[in-house]
Design a protein around this ligand. Structure first.
Ligand code: AMP
Length: 216
C-alpha cells in the first residue's frame, strides 16, 4: 500500500506516520528526516539543504526527487510518504517514479489543523538530540524537563521551530503545498480528510479505520 500524508507542518504527520508503520508494517519515508540526517552527517547535500530548512523554505524539487528515488529503489514494501510531495512538480515526479516502478498510489490522507494551533504545537516541540523522539512542552512533556524519557538525551528546539520560521513554513505550505489538495482531488486517487485538531489517539483511530477499509 502506498499512501501520502498531506498537511501543514505540525499537523502530526510524523507521529501518525510512525504509528502506521508499527501497525501495518509499511515504511515511512519522511523527506524532512532524510534531510536532517544529511545535515547531521554534513554531506554536500545536507550543507546545501540546511540554508533552505533554517529559513523555513523548501529544498529544491530535483534534490528531493533524487532523495526519494534513491530510497524507493531500496524499499519493496508499502510506503507512507510524510512531508512529500510538497509541490506540484514533486507530485508529478512521484507519479512518474511510481509508474516506473509499477506501484500504484492508493490514497492521499489530508490532516487538517487550524493555524494558531499549529504555531502552538511547533513552538512547543522539543526533539531529543540523541534519538530523535519528539515531545511537546504543552501536551506531551517528558517526565524530567529537558531530558528524553527513552535515552536520557538532551531535548532541543529544532532550528526551524522558532516562531518566525514556523509562520514562514505555514505560508510556504499555503502557497506551494496546499495546491496539491486540488491536484489530487482532480485525479483518480481518493483524498481522505482527517480532522487533526484532536488528541493524537483520536486521529490515530480515524486513520486505522481508514486503512482497514482501504485494505479490505
Ligand atoms: P519537515 O520535517 O517535513 O517539516 O521538513 C523540514 C524542512 O525540510 C522543511 O521546512 C523544508 O525546508 C525541508 N523539506 C522537507 N521535505 C521537503 C520536501 N518534500 N520538499 C522541499 N523541502 C522539504
Amino acid at each position: 500500500m502506498h499512501l501520502i500524508l498531506l498537511g501543514p507542518p505540525g499537523a502530526g504527520k510524523g507521529t501518525q506516520g510512525a504509528l502506521l508503520t508499527e501497525r501495518y508494517g509499511i515504511v515511512r519515508i519522511s523527506t524532512g528526516d532524510l534531510l536532517r540526517e544529511a545535515v547531521r552527517e554534513g554531506t554536500p547535500l545536507g550543507r546545501d539543504a540546511k540554508r533552505f530548512m533554517d529559513a523555513g523554505e523548501l529544498v529544491p524539487d530535483d534534490v528531493i526527487l533524487g532523495l526519494v528515488r534513491d530510497v524507493m529503489s531500496r524499499v519493496d514494501s508499502g510506503v507512507v510518504f510524510d512531508g512529500f510531495p510538497r509541490t506540484i512538480a514533486q507530485a508529478v515526479g512521484l507519479e512518474r517514479l511510481l509508474a516506473d516502478l509499477g506501484r500504484p498510489l492508493h490514497a492521499v490522507i489530508l490532516i487538517e489543523v487550524d493555524d494558531e494551533e499549529l504555531v502552538r504545537r511547533l513552538a512547543g516541540r522539543r526533539v531529543c538530540a540523541e534519538c530523535g523522539v519528539t515531545y511537546n512542552v504543552h501536551f506531551q512533556p517528558p517526565r524530567a524537563p529537558g531530558a528524553c524519557d527513552e535515552c536520557g538525551g538532551t531535548l532541543v528546539v529544532r532550528p526551524d521551530d522558532s516562531e518566525d520560521t514556523v509562520r514562514r513554513r505555514l505560508s510556504v505550505y499555503r502557497e506551494q503545498t496546499a495546491p496539491l489538495i486540488g491536484h489530487y482531488r482532480a485525479g483518480p486517487v481518493p483524498v481522505h480528510v482527517v480532522d487533526g485538531d484532536r488528541p493524537m489517539d483520536a486521529v490515530a483511530a480515524d486513520l486505522a479505520e481508514l486503512l482497514d477499509a482501504l485494505r479490505a
